[in-house]
Design a protein around this ligand. Sequence first.
Ligand code: PRP
Ligand code: URA
Length: 249
Amino acid sequence: KIISYQSGIAFPKLPVRPVPMETMLEPTSRNPDDNVIVPHCHSFPYLYTKIRDCKTSNKDFALYASRILRILAEEAVGMVPSSPCSIQTPTNTTYAGMRALDDENSLCVVSILRAGDALMEAVRSVVPQAAVAKILIQRDESSEEKLPKLFYSKIPSDVNSRFCILCDPMLATGGSALCALSILIQEGQVPPDNIIFVCVVAAPEGIRAVHTRHPEVKIVTGAIDTGLNEDKYIVPGLGDFGDRWYNTT
Ligand code: PRP
Ligand code: URA
């Protein structure tokens, strides 16, 4: 069975990969218009096993997670609209190719701090000319709903004319993602269908929360897990991405 979906209008079809039963999306979310994309990568089962394993050291977590981040960054950047072009190869042959992101002003990569910076840097390593926006949001772990708290945001004044890749490795309740999206969409006036949200692991609850409010936002995730536990942590999940990445536990 497959669970890779996309709008099919503005973006080319991506290959799909089988996933274990326990990571299947629930039927209500299994709609081809859901704008959820799970990229295919043969290394993912191995890499995800490494980052999910509680015995993996923080040093190794960063190593294996960075490989995943780079793959997801490439996928997200590859979804930004591109245009056909014609080039000459060294064999003096014409090749009908695609040109993407030649315009320096076309992309903004948005980091939900703190963990989003890891993914943001992966996107920047692919597209160094991208503008960077930062939004500091922290879950309030003392609240029952783990409500997001917004501390700071800095977005470029021309963000509404850019395609946005919003980065946060974990989509749990969706509270942090929705908070960042409201800044981009309400304050920044970014059209929702110009936004790709990228994460390493998503819970079905988070996907539903984002798409209930903003169905046009595309979600690229390497894994869709079973759900949330009583602390609103993703299960099976990988624990706290930020703490493991920054070696703070
Ligand atoms: C984590 C994660 C997301 C958020 C996801 O950040 O990086 O931002 O939680 O949870 P949600 O979907 O329920 O909002 P956290 O607030 O722990 O901060 P950190 O980046 O400093 O680890
Ligand atoms: N933040 C994380 O880092 N992990 C979760 O599972 C939920 C929120």
